[in-house]
Design a protein around this ligand. Structure first.
Ligand SMILES: [Zn+2]
Length: 508
């Protein structure tokens, strides 16, 4: 037997089987049971949330001659059998996207006045009704003004805002909800149970449900895709990455754990592993944001304020990253920024494990000055050469203050070994400690400056490299700003031309 896609195989056969739209199905069942059928219904909602399924269930039940007590069609009476033939003269289904001309609608309307060949009602289901042309709509409107008693219209649309008020006012409107992740997870589990599908872990189910973005149809077609790359109906993280180009849930959780703990090296290793598996950076970003969003509600060991800051930073900055020259690198730098947030924002440097103190860090964001970056700025004013030497390295863990003792761990990449050696010299090292002492207001004896030469295979980005990246980004922003300048736009219009190239001269 040929493979039947899950969305079709699992199309609901009763109102109760429709997922996540009980507020609508209950109302329609009541209307059927109480024989209060209107002339026109408008089903509104995004794609794949069950509009067409509900329209068909309703159309069938309206005409059924032996309704069940709960308002579902019987499936056996003459009207139900007629419905199932697909050539029914009494239930007419039209796709507004492909039959949108006035002629199509006139033809439809010319038949409206004929009584159904069987049963009480003639039902017209028009999908994507907003796609009808204005003329087609006007023709339809006339029928809606005075519909024959035997006619019921069921319209479905993803874009109700495109419909005329005169149409909407003649319809009973039902707004479909996007289906919740919880409902989608339950649905996948039920299907898996019946179809004999197994998952390496439950996180995979949650991930597929999340990727479905509130649509039952999309969720099931994702499940179809993953199944095609699986063996013996066993779905693994690898299948998910291979077939959908998304990161598996455990690696995403690892990246987030590293991000919370400021472990930039682990973070970078996992991130680059995903890139090497051809997962697009957009998909990585979106999986991370989904997971961070869930953490916002459940994560206990970081403050809410800090989680919100992380989420907002990544969400906001990804938009320019995707337009940047090197999105993979730029996103990695962004992850570094989020991971090293405490060293950017610490006013009172706190031990990163302390929840109480981390709350303070965030609430003091506005009065930041004592940070590693702040120190570099301070040093740059005092001795640019010393600052520039330190910028060839970078802190590899957040600054820590334990019992008044400040620990600074400064790493150097493979290409920065000259600077590592230079700064390791006892006198030079002591100079840096003196400067740290002056800036942070902590006695020299309580400052522990550890320099570390990283292995060539270890992933590392120096402050200088980050600066270069940021400069590249701000240049891109300048170009974008210039291109969006209203006067320039006006000029483009006037000359009917487009700006081809923007050159920003560097004054340095
Ligand atoms: Zn029936």
């Amino acid at each position: 037997m040929s493979y039947q896609v899950l969305a079709r195989k699992w199309r609901p056969k009763t109102f109760q089987e429709v997922i996540g739209q009980a507020h609508i199905t209950r109302a329609l069942q009541n209307a059927i049971i109480n024989k209060k059928i209107g002339h026109a219904y408008m089903l509104v909602g995004t794609r794949g949330v069950g509009k067409t399924s509900v329209a068909r269930l309703f159309a069938k039940a309206i005409r059924c001659e032996q309704l069940s007590a709960d308002g579902n069609s019987c499936g056996n009476c003459a009207a139900c059998l007629d419905f199932d033939t697909e050539t029914s003269m009494n239930v007419i289904e039209i796709d507004g996207a492909s039959n949108n001309s006035v002629d199509n609608i006139r033809e439809l309307i010319s038949n409206v006045h004929y009584l159904p060949t069987l049963g009480k009602y003639k039902v017209y289901v028009i999908d994507e009704v907003h796609m009808l042309s204005t003329n087609a709509f006007n023709a339809l409107l006339k029928t809606l003004e005075e519909p024959p008693a035997h006619v019921v219209f069921i319209f479905a649309t993803t874009e109700a805002q495109k419909l005329l008020g005169t149409v909407l006012s003649r319809c009973q409107r039902f707004d479909f909800r996007n289906i919740s992740v919880t409902d989608l997870v339950a649905h996948i589990k039920e299907i898996a149970r019946v179809e004999g599908i197994n998952f390496q872990n439950d996180q995979l189910i949650a991930q597929i449900a999340l990727l479905g973005r509130g649509s039952a149809r999309d969720t099931l077609s994702l499940l179809d895709q993953v199944l095609t790359s699986s063996q013996n109906n066993m779905i693994t993280e690898e299948n998910l990455t291979l077939s959908l180009g998304v990161a598996g849930p455990s690696i995403i959780k690892n990246i987030i754990a590293s991000l919370y703990e400021g472990k930039t090296q682990e973070l970078s290793k996992d991130y680059n592993k995903l890139l090497s598996e051809n997962v697009p950076v957009k998909n990585i970003a979106s999986s991370l944001l989904d997971e961070l969003f869930l953490d916002l509600k459940v994560k206990k060991d970081l403050s809410q304020a800090e989680l919100i800051w992380i989420y907002e930073t990544i969400a906001k900055e990804t938009s320019w990253i995707f337009n940047s020259i090197a999105p993979e690198k730029a996103f990695e730098v962004l992850l570094y920024k989020a991971a090293l947030r405490r060293s950017f924002f610490t006013n009172k440097i706190a031990s990163p494990t302390s929840v109480e103190k981390s709350e303070k860090i965030i609430t003091d964001v506005k009065t930041i000055d004592k940070t590693w970056e702040g120190f570099l700025t301070f040093l740059n004013a005092k001795s640019p050469a010393s600052a520039s030497n330190l910028e060839q390295g970078n802190i590899i863990s957040p600054l820590r203050l334990d019992n008044g003792e400040l620990s600074v761990e400064l790493g150097f990449g493979y290409s920065g070994f000259v600077f590592f050696e230079y700064l390791s010299d006892i006198e030079v090292h002591q100079k840096v400690v003196n400067n740290l002492s002056e800036y942070f207001g902590i006695d020299q004896s309580k400052i522990h400056l550890n320099l570390k030469q990283l292995e060539s295979h270890e992933k590392f980005v120096s402050t200088a490299e980050i600066k270069d990246q940021l400069a590249e980004i701000s240049l891109q922003e300048k170009v974008d700003n210039f291109k969006n300048n209203p006067m320039l736009k006006e000029a483009e219009k006037m000359f009917n031309a487009k700006v081809d190239k923007v050159i920003i001269e560097n004054k340095k």
